[in-house]
Design a protein around this ligand. Structure first.
Ligand code: AMP
Length: 322
């Protein structure tokens, strides 16, 4: 496995947004299936990792890319704002689009290939009649608040697995339910890809990085801190068991009436069911709420019981390397 990729060849028709500079490898940009196919075929010497994004890249995405870069010979980043996973009243039209700075992050992180298609490239025949169903795990928590979201997400993730033919894929713990459902899809439908989870990247004050943080006003941003503070308070009570964890987290949230909390749950990492009071082991403490006009989510993997506390990612599922 070579750590430094060679200069990827630029396929005919693929746009290169900048001239190569010494010490930096210019990613190939593919916009169409044909361009992707040609550029992907050139990535022969070693395994290929994919990092799927909706653009508006930040340090969280950069960390996914860098982790992939350290472990795979080649990194493909997809930038695609997937209409299928947005509901009619959601923020598709105002979602930030920052392609030039996204490219700068990809360039710095040593990405080989950026696949940035438009919806008509991904959905050639319009709305796809056949979709992946997330099943019951797609109807709780985020799925309850966003009907159809996880079916749309899994459908595009499945398509991007096929189109990029990646050996491994890196996803953020930040979107815990998404990560779980992708692991389930890969396992249940035998996708030949290894899923790797990457811990949530946070601002210095604890706020989980998100492309949607750009919607927050200064005072919203202050309010939003209660989410990560609640999770930390919950984790600090981990040794005392589930009800102490939930109580500690809730105590922080009720002090912030401007955050309209949708849910705060302590659930089993695979079933997403509330863990009972006797439960000891790994659990997901997850919170979602609206601050100003913005819906925010955050979570912490927690070890419940003696010596418990916050984890970066779930150790069981990760070592299983589903
Ligand atoms: P998005 O562009 O929001 O769809 O996210 C693309 C990928 O980046 C997903 O795997 C996310 O879980 C991951 N991601 C987003 N924010 C963070 C973060 N703060 N820390 C780690 N991963 C993140």
């Amino acid at each position: 496995m070579s750590e430094q990729p060679g200069m990827p060849s630029t396929p005919a028709g693929a746009a290169v947004t900048d001239l190569p500079q010494p010490g930096r490898v210019e990613p190939v940009v593919a916009r169409t299936r044909e361009e992707l196919h040609v550029a992907r075929r050139a990535l022969t010497d070693g395994d290929v990792a994919v990092v799927m994004t909706m653009g508006a890249l930040h340090e969280g995405h950069a960390t996914l890319i860098e982790t992939a870069r350290q472990r795979a010979a080649h990194v493909v980043v997809t930038i695609f704002l997937n209409p299928l996973q947005f509901g009619p009243r959601e923020d598709l039209s105002r979602y930030p689009r920052t392609f030039d700075s996204d490219m700068e992050i990809c360039r710095r992180a040593g990405v080989d290939l950026v696949f940035a298609p438009t919806p008509d490239v991904i959905y050639r025949d319009g709305d796809p009649g056949v979709r992946i169903s997330a099943g019951p795990l797609g109807n709780v928590l985020e799925g309850q608040a966003r009907p159809g979201h996880f079916d749309g997400m899994l459908t595009v993730v499945a398509k991007l697995f096929h189109l990029t033919r990646a050996d491994s894929a890196y996803f953020g713990q930040k979107d815990a339910q998404q990560l779980l459902l992708i692991r389930r899809m890969v396992r249940d439908l035998d996708f030949p890809v290894r899923v790797v989870s990457v811990p949530t990247v946070r601002e210095a004050d604890g706020l989980a990085m998100s492309s949607r943080n750009t919607y927050l006003t200064d005072s919203d941003r202050e309010t939003a801190l209660c989410l990560s503070q609640a999770l930390r308070a919950g984790a600090a009570a981990a040794a005392e068991g589930p009800s102490a964890i939930r109580r500690a987290a809730r105590t922080v949230l009720v002090r912030e009436p401007l955050a309209l909390i949708d849910y705060l749950v302590l659930v089993h990492p695979y079933t997403l069911e509330d863990v009972p009071e006797w439960y000891r082991g790994e659990a997901l403490l997850a919170v979602a709420g609206r601050v100003g006009t913005t819906r925010l989510i955050d979570n912490l993997p927690i070890k419940v019981g003696p010596g418990g506390g916050a984890l970066e990612v779930f150790t069981d599922v990760d070592s299983a390397g589903v």
